[in-house]
Write a protein that binds this ligand. Structure first.
Ligand code: AMP
Ligand code: FE
Ligand code: FE
Ligand code: ZN
Length: 283
């Protein structure tokens, strides 16, 4: 049975490996299909396609769109959307600008107590044009010796209750879903059973997302809590949603390993059938 992992990050956002390295890691992990789903950008796609050529690995192009509801962040994976769709470009650029502004604001606050931290230090841990987030601030804090690793940074200085946290503006999930659909993509809610998301994704909210064109739910993900998965599975049954399973690989930045959760070939086929804005790249 083919191994299909539909959620992974690269240095185009907050993964630690370049898109070509992600593909190499997918080969190493024995995957048949890997999706590249960077936060709010499609800029890693072409490098991933080039790297896949001749490997036998299929790259499913996607992204992970940042949305927000009642102060909770809800991530919407979008597969096979047209990366040149004007509204799609405009919205992702706006979110990325908001993220940049928010990260600078967090750095200003943190620098009061950790004076070696500067914006320039943070930029050293990004690639040109990358979607900037807390992981890059974490990398700077690690390099400066303030914390041992990314995870420790997220558990302390960067935690939302850590005293320095700032939210960034993002569209509501229903608008994110509509945007992905408008671009010909297939929207799937990422880690819908994680603490913050499952709190705001009540049954009536999910019904409205389905009405807006939601395609599926990422039911197998290490952040999903078991009691939430039970409810979300019933929702997936009720609306015949696509069920995915994925690692949310971030390279060495997170413990998540490629292939730790996977998607069945049948569910993968439903995504490919439904997406009209781009095509999977068969390497
Ligand atoms: P942000 O989107 O800027 O609020 O930062 C949250 C992002 O950090 C999520 O996409 C997480 O996947 C990512 N992240 C990367 N490494 C870690 C880690 N070690 N612990 C927690 N979150 C992490
Ligand atoms: Fe991330
Ligand atoms: Fe996410
Ligand atoms: Zn992710």
């Amino acid at each position: 049975m083919p191994a299909i992992d539909l959620h992974a990050h690269t240095s185009a956002s907050d993964g630690t490996e370049a898109p070509a390295q992600l593909v190499a890691a997918a080969v190493e992990a024995g995957l048949d299909v890997v999706a590249i789903t960077d936060h709010d950008t499609t800029s890693g796609w072409s490098e991933a396609f080039d790297a896949a050529r001749g490997t036998g690995v299929t790259v499913l192009p996607g992204l992970e769109l940042s949305t927000q509801l009642d102060y909770a962040s809800v991530h919407v994976l979008g597969y096979l959307g047209d990366p040149a769709h004007p509204a799609f470009i405009a919205e992702t650029e706006r979110i990325r600008a908001e993220r940049l502004h928010r990260a600078q604001g967090m750095v200003d606050r943190i620098a009061v107590d950790y004076p070696l931290l500067t914006w320039e230090r943070v930029l050293e841990h990004t690639t040109p044009d990358a979607t900037v987030g807390r992981p890059h601030i974490a990398d700077a804090l690690v390099a400066l010796g303030y914390v041992p690793d990314r995870t420790a940074a997220f558990q302390s200085i960067l935690h939302w209750r850590g005293g320095y946290y700032r939210p960034h503006r993002a569209p509501e999930p229903v608008d994110g879903v509509r945007l992905i659909v408008a671009a010909g993509g297939v929207p799937v809610i990422a880690h819908p059973g994680a603490a913050g998301a499952s709190r705001v994704l009540a049954d009536d909210v999910l019904r409205r997302l389905v009405d807006a064109g939601l395609g599926g739910l990422e039911l197998a993900h290490r952040d999903n809590r078991p009691e939430a998965v039970e409810r979300l599975t019933a929702i997936a049954d009720r609306y015949d949603l696509i069920r995915t399973g994925s690692s949310d690989y971030h390279g060495v930045g997170k413990p998540n390993r490629l292939g730790e959760h996977t998607t069945s070939p049948e569910e993968y086929a439903r995504i490919v059938e439904r997406g009209t804005g781009a095509s999977p790249f068969h390497g």
